[in-house]
Ligand binder design. Structure first.
Ligand SMILES: [Zn+2]
Length: 136
């Protein structure tokens, strides 16, 4: 089930985030957990991992990990808007899948073709012409 982001509200003002860093502020985990957790029929407050739907109570906070929804390796922001809290096994599985997909995309030559096509257009548009020798 996708996360209902309206429930989580704005980024906590009292915690600074460095947008250039790969790491999210550690304090965001607790804020996110408390805003998104819910109480089940037995009165236990727990948080549901948005990827696998397993539930975790606050004692498991160290197993939950702040994650870039749009991956950092693909230029995703380190920002509240790109943040989600997922469990450790989903985070590991996600990075394995992404690594494989990125390697496939790079290896297939498709990425090179797209970048090459983009760069070839630049000198023609009068940009970068001093920096990139045009291939014959
Ligand atoms: Zn999970």
């Amino acid at each position: 089930m996708p996360t209902d982001r309206s429930k989580v509200g704005d980024a906590p003002q009292f915690i600074k985030c460095d947008p250039v860093s790969r790491d999210f502020p550690p304090g965001w985990k607790d804020v996110w957990f408390r805003r998104m957790a819910s109480r089940d029929e037995d009165g236990v407050v727990s948080y549901e991992c948005p990827l696998c739907s397993r539930r975790f109570d606050h004692r498991d906070i160290n197993y939950l990990q702040g994650d870039h929804m749009w991956p950092y390796s693909l230029f995703g922001d380190t920002s509240w808007a790109n943040y989600q809290l997922i469990c450790g096994s989903c985070n590991a599985a996600k990075s394995n899948v992404l690594e494989t997909e990125i390697r496939l995309a790079l290896g297939s030559g498709e990425f090179r073709r797209i970048v090459s096509q983009f760069l070839r257009g630049r000198p023609e548009a009068g940009k970068l012409s001093h920096f990139i020798p045009l291939p014959s």
